[in-house]
Design a protein around this ligand. Structure first.
Ligand SMILES: [Zn+2]
Length: 238
């Protein structure tokens, strides 16, 4: 039985071969992992995050808790203090409550976002749940850590000239978060999670490589590249 990491590497090299330049093209190491492999299936562990991770709502709560725990440790290890987000708001489609307004703007359907003005994360639960159903549980283990990546950027006052750089760094942070949680045995990856991640990035990546656009997030290939960089090399590589 091939390990998902090997499959991931193969899928990635195909994706990279197909892509033709732009911002940071960093080749991804395709060496097979020696560790037994898994991806984002949560297992209840002695994490202090008391959720079973056995369904959409539970997975969302669990990944939020684990992600903040991960960053609290990262900040502490670096001599800093992580500031937990103030709110974690689920809304439904275009019926977002005013509490989810960010800088006066109403939350849009089919989105998840971090708002620095208020230091909170909000997400369209209907949209995320449909991805969860169609793609698998990995969807929330990608989207939620990505948004927390933005909350970390806000705390570190990270700025880039192009939005796409912030987005790809948030993807990298999301990969590093997952790897850290797997390492600490708070998450266990399962076979097929890499395919789910690829499907998720196909769904949320930009259809074209207009990386200079203010709302650019990067193509699926670039986003995958960034996520894997974080997963394989950790936060410092982001
Ligand atoms: Zn983002």
């Amino acid at each position: 039985m091939p390990s998902p990491r090997v499959l991931l590497a193969i899928a990635l090299s195909a994706a990279l071969t197909a892509s033709c330049g732009g911002l940071d093209e960093e080749p991804v190491a395709s060496s097979p992992s020696k560790k037994p492999k898994k991806t984002a299936e949560a297992v209840k562990a002695a994490s202090g995050c008391d959720e079973a991770g056995d369904g959409f709502e539970s997975d969302v709560k669990l990944v939020r808790c684990l992600t903040e725990k991960f960053w609290a440790k990262q900040f502490k290890d670096a001599g800093g203090t992580y500031q937990p987000i103030k709110k974690f708001i689920a809304y439904r489609g275009n019926k977002a409550p005013s509490a989810a307004n960010c800088a006066g703007e109403k939350a849009e359907p089919e989105n998840a976002f971090y708002c620095s003005d208020g230091h909170f994360i909000a997400y369209d639960a209907d949209w995320m749940k449909s991805m969860y159903r169609q793609i698998g549980d990995s969807a929330v283990y990608f989207v939620v850590p990505h948004e927390f990546g933005h909350s970390v950027q806000a705390q570190l006052e990270t700025e880039f000239k192009y939005n796409v750089k912030l987005e790809l760094q948030a993807d990298c942070y999301a990969g590093a978060t997952l790897a850290g949680l797997v390492e600490s045995e708070e998450l266990e990856l399962e076979e097929g999670d890499d395919d789910e991640l690829i499907a998720n990035l196909e769904a949320v990546g930009d259809p074209t490589d207009a990386w200079w656009e203010p709302d650019a997030h990067g193509t699926p290939e670039k986003r995958m590249n960034a996520w894997v960089k974080g997963f394989e090399k950790g936060v410092d590589a982001c």
